[in-house]
Design a protein around this ligand. Structure first.
Ligand code: PEP
Ligand code: MG
Length: 328
């Protein structure tokens, strides 16, 4: 794997027609960050901060959180890291919230998790906000909120950061030189209020893992439903295309951080409906950068728009034949 990483590290992901695609990687551990240099990814498009919370018997102390975030930023150097605030709860249960979790959850994925939990247990959110702000003192901080379903939730989460920032300033502590806030779009309802949300954001990241299960009402972890859950279905891609079209001209950086972007045909589909930024598993960074170089976006966009007109289209077949003809 190291050899493959190395051979593709310096491939610049320009399409055949000259558009630079951002290829970032997903991470969750301090040690994952070494893959940034190895793969030549443009940054960490999704750092899942909950891993530290999940492996801990107690709520991780602020000092420990801060140390992790600082180590990650140090290891990433000049490259941006988007920290996603905790997405615990649901199926990602933690012992120190066990009693609260017990009162739910027939449907954990749709339950008391992520931002819903963090806004109610705001001590948790405050500690994380403070840790991130301190860790990024003097640098750029990118913060992303998971499972935003309504605009007010984004505002409430950002307010926690604003308050912690004001506190640090009042103590004359060093703070980040710039803070960029973003939301994940993984709850379909949010797409209906995108026009209201976009002016508040500096970036938007689509979590296609959760989004797909909600669009199809099909549990992402249930193997019996795997067939109903094709990322290359007309419905999903039309939904994603509509979101991408709505963001044009908004000045908001838009990308996809779900796992689909790391797969060849899925990545082609995303490029063909307007996405120019993918955050994917590190092992896929090199291969996807190479694939990008063989793509003519105008041609791919036209093909996608034809395929998406037909409800019965088998996009897997179409895309695969298309790619083969072009030796992609
Ligand atoms: C997603 O839902 O697509 C996502 C990137 O987040 P996670 O897989 O951590 O839920
Ligand atoms: Mg998710």
């Amino acid at each position: 794997r190291q050899a493959v990483y190395a051979s593709l590290r310096d491939v610049e992901p320009f399409t055949k027609c000259g558009t630079r695609i951002q290829v970032m990687m997903n991470a969750g551990l301090r040690d994952d960050i070494s893959a940034l240099a190895m793969t030549g990814a443009d940054g960490v498009g999704l750092f899942r901060t909950e891993f530290q919370f999940l492996v801990s018997a107690t709520l991780p102390a602020r000092e420990r959180q801060q140390k992790l975030y600082r180590d990650v930023l140090d290891a990433a150097g000049e490259k941006p890291v988007i920290f996603r605030t905790v997405d615990i709860g649901g199926d990602k249960s933690v012992p120190y919230l066990a009693s609260e979790m017990a009162r739910q959850d027939e449907n954990p994925a749709m339950g008391w998790r992520a931002l819903r939990l963090a806004l109610e247990r705001d001590g948790l959110m405050k500690a994380q906000a403070r840790s991130l702000l301190e860790a990024a003192a003097g640098r750029s901080l990118y913060v992303m909120f998971p499972m935003v379903s309504e605009v007010w939730e984004f505002d409430a989460a950002k307010k926690v950061f604003d308050e912690q920032l004001a506190f640090l300033r009042s103590k004359k502590k060093m703070v980040p030189e710039a803070i960029h806030f973003g939301a994940m779009l993984e709850v379909p309802a949010l797409a209906e209020v995108l026009d209201l949300l976009l002016p508040r954001l500096s970036f938007l990241s689509i979590g296609t893992n959760d989004l797909t299960q909600f669009l199809y009402a099909a549990d992402r972890g249930n193997p019996a439903l795997a067939e109903r859950y094709d990322w290359l279905s007309v419905a999903i891609l039309r939904f994603l295309r509509r979101v991408s079209q709505q963001t044009v001209g908004s000045g908001v950086d838009v990308g996809v951080c779900g796992e689909m972007g790391g797969r060849r045909l899925e990545a082609l589909a995303l490029l063909g409906i307007g996405y120019r930024r993918l955050s994917i598993t590190p092992a896929a960074v090199g291969p996807i950068k190479e694939l990008v170089r063989k793509v003519d976006l105008a041609e791919l966009t036209e093909a996608m728009s034809q395929w998406l007109l037909k409800p019965e289209t088998n996009l897997r077949q179409e895309l695969s034949a298309w790619a083969q003809e072009r030796e992609i």
